[in-house]
Design a protein around this ligand. Structure first.
Ligand code: ADP
Ligand code: MG
Length: 213
């Protein structure tokens, strides 16, 4: 499904990624842990098409999607992203945020899916609220629903529990386990927290100094 081949990324003098390679089969989950500054976010940004590698290539279903100097646009990759910082549109309601990624469906099918997702997440009365009217945990759930809405083949999650209190973290982790794991969806989940990583995978990979171990 996804093949990352020997990608490196340097920022000025900082070598954020050093010849990192891995591949993911259909439906596979990869959990990456490792200290802050080890290159985890850089790796996800390159997989997402938000940043370019200095060396190496990324392939999706055998098709080249990133190489030095060129990358297929993020929205063409059939990937869902949840990053550390909220990217909900503040001027759109929860419902509109979730509909945003589903422009390929007709509007009534998209609305039906949006309401179904909200109900699954225990947020059925939240459709008309704005992001500023949500708690941290609710906003994070909406963010995940928006990423899931277009049925991406690959979900990328970068420290999705950031800034949540322990109780909300635990609920959200449970929500992720229940909703993201589907047999035909890949997940790459990144966290600096080793115990969180171990809850999601029996053998998380460790990123250190820009390399996966
Ligand atoms: P992690 O997500 O594991 O904390 P990052 O991938 O964010 O690590 O960062 C890896 C290294 O690259 C760090 O040393 C960081 O300071 C550096 N870095 C990341 N993004 C930038 C940037 N836009 N400009 C300069 N340095 C960066
Ligand atoms: Mg990071």
């Amino acid at each position: 499904m996804l093949r990352v081949e020997s990608i490196s990324r340097r920022y000025d003098t900082q070598e954020a990624l050093k010849k990192t390679s891995f591949s993911l089969k259909e439906g596979e989950t990869m959990v990456i842990t490792g200290p802050s500054g080890s290159g985890k976010t850089t790796l996800l940004r390159i997989v997402a098409g938000l940043d370019l590698p200095d060396t190496g290539e990324v392939y999706l279903r055998g098709e080249l999607i990133s190489r030095p100097g060129w990358a297929a646009q993020p929205h063409t990759r059939n990937m869902g992203f949840v990053f550390q910082r909220s990217t909900l549109w503040p001027h759109m309601t929860v419902g509109q945020n979730i509909l945003y990624g589903m422009h390929r469906l007709d509007i009534s099918a998209a609305e039906e899916r949006m309401r179904h997702l909200l109900a699954e997440a225990g947020l059925e009365n939240f459709e008309r609220r704005y992001p500023s009217q949500l708690s941290g945990g609710e906003a994070r759930r909406v963010e995940i629903l928006r990423a899931l809405a277009p049925q991406p083949e690959i979900m990328l999650m970068d420290e999705p529990l950031t800034n949540l209190d322990p109780e909300n973290s635990e609920r959200l982790l449970h929500f992720i386990k229940e909703n993201i794991y589907e047999k035909d969806r890949c997940l790459i989940y990144v966290t600096h927290d080793r115990s969180e990583a171990e809850e999601l995978s029996s053998n998380p990979l460790v990123m250190e100094g820009g390399q996966l171990r």
